[in-house]
Design a protein around this ligand. Structure first.
Ligand code: PMP
Length: 394
């Protein structure tokens, strides 16, 4: 049987991690995988997470099964965190999923069940897993223009021109904040135009929100999602707690849908639970319980928000430092976009050859599409990166 399997392509980012590990240079810089690192290069367990785990350890009396949707306090907490009342509760359905990836995978499965003919539109570029899951599920998909490699900003005219071809019932996948891989995001005014277009076309927005709190703040980062959710009849939201709670390996996500009315929301809730049941039955509980514990305890929540702000401001500080350094070295404002981008990533918009040159000459490891993880830097390494960028003639 197993001889019939075909070899699967290796994951580019995991290969990069491996290459970094085996590089003997001591001044190498890892800007690859999307994990937050503090200035010492550590991905810490957040203080509130530790405290919540202790509280759970002390009070939990059973590890029996929960429900197919997962812990209700977690779902309610996530609906509030992401949507904060933007939509009437009875129109919203939600389940716990294994990470944001689990939510995305099941969102696609839900679309396939409901409207198998629909095309899913994804930004060019997008998080590669979007494409690989769509391909794996054999779903129709196409790309819309998103990034302008000259300005390194959103090519909004190009995006709107492409989305003008969306058909009724098609699904348009949007990054709620902190676009991965580019770091370039729509303004709220532009989001409003997108909402109006999707509504006019009868298309369904699907929002992937994996970095809430990493861009402009917890509420600011959810504003676009709330605007979309409030402005359309139907919407799908895939949320991840991996980054903003720093619980990557706990696999904690949520899949939510917004329906036209309560009756359709009930139908959707049943389908979301059915999908959990088919894929893994009960969703992972530990991470969801940590999140629920933090969101429902004023002191833990305040401490989590404070630490998340530290994380966000550390990344913003590195962005400003890098943009300033490049301004100084090049005597131009060509790299000011780095300070304007938001989230963990910026795509500097150069060729795979130059990315390779920076790796070979300066020990800089970034993804071949020139995406760099800002959190892989610290105040000492920013000048080294700036020099490498200039030396490679980016
Ligand atoms: N969406 C995007 C855009 C992401 O970057 C990620 C994480 N890399 C995810 C979803 C899913 O993250 P996870 O499954 O680890 O929660």
């Amino acid at each position: 049987m197993l001889e019939h399997l075909t070899e699967q392509p290796a994951d580019k980012i995991l290969m990069l991690m491996q290459a970094y590990k085996s590089d003997p240079r001591t001044d190498k810089i890892d800007l690859g995988v999307g994990v937050y690192k503090d200035p010492k290069g550590v991905t810490p367990v957040m203080r509130a997470v530790k405290a919540a785990e202790q509280k759970i350890w002390e009070t939990q009396e059973s590890k029996s099964y929960t429900s197919l949707a997962g812990e209700p306090m977690y779902i309610e907490g996530m609906i509030k965190l992401v949507l904060n009342g933007a939509v009437a509760r009875e129109r919203i359905s939600g389940v716990t999923t294994p990470g944001g990836t689990g939510a995305i995978r099941q969102a696609f499965e839900l679309i396939k069940k409901a409207t198998p003919q629909a095309t899913v539109w994804v930004s060019n570029p997008t998080w590669p897993n979007h494409l690989s899951i769509l391909k794996y599920l054999d779903m129709r998909h196409t790309a819309y223009t998103y990034f302008d490699t000259a300005t390194r900003d959103v090519d909004f005219d190009g995006m709107m021109a492409d989305l003008a071809n969306v058909k009724a019932g098609d699904v348009v996948l949007l990054h709620g904040c902190c676009h991965n891989p580019t770091g370039a995001n729509l303004t709220l005014e532009q989001w409003k135009e997108v909402v109006a277009l999707l509504k006019a076309k009868g298309a369904v927005p699907m929002i992937d929100i994996a970095y809430q709190g990493f861009g402009d703040g917890l509420d600011a980062d959810a504003q676009a999602t709330r605007l979309v959710a409030a402005g359309v009849d139907e919407c799908i939201i895939a949320a991840s707690c991996s980054k903003n709670f720093g619980i990557y390996r706990e696999r904690t996500g949520a899949l939510m849908t917004i329906a036209r009315d309560e009756a359709q929301a009930k139908l959707a809730q049943g389908m979301l639970q059915f999908l959990n049941r088919q894929n893994f039955s009960f969703p992972p509980d530990h991470g969801a319980r940590i999140v629920a514990t933090i969101l429902n305890d004023d002191a833990l929540r305040a401490d989590w928000e404070a630490e998340l702000e530290e994380v966000r401001n550390t990344m913003l500080g590195l962005r400003t430092q890098l943009a300033n350094e490049l301004r100084r070295l090049t005597n131009t404002d060509r790299f000011d976009f780095i300070a304007k981008h938001r989230g963990m990533f910026s795509q500097i918009g150069t060729t795979p050859e130059k990315v390779e040159q920076m790796r070979a000459d300066s020990g800089i490891y970034m993804v071949s599409d020139s995406r760099m993880n800002i959190a892989g830097l610290n105040v000492e390494t920013v000048p080294l990166l700036a020099e490498a960028i200039v030396k490679a003639g980016v």
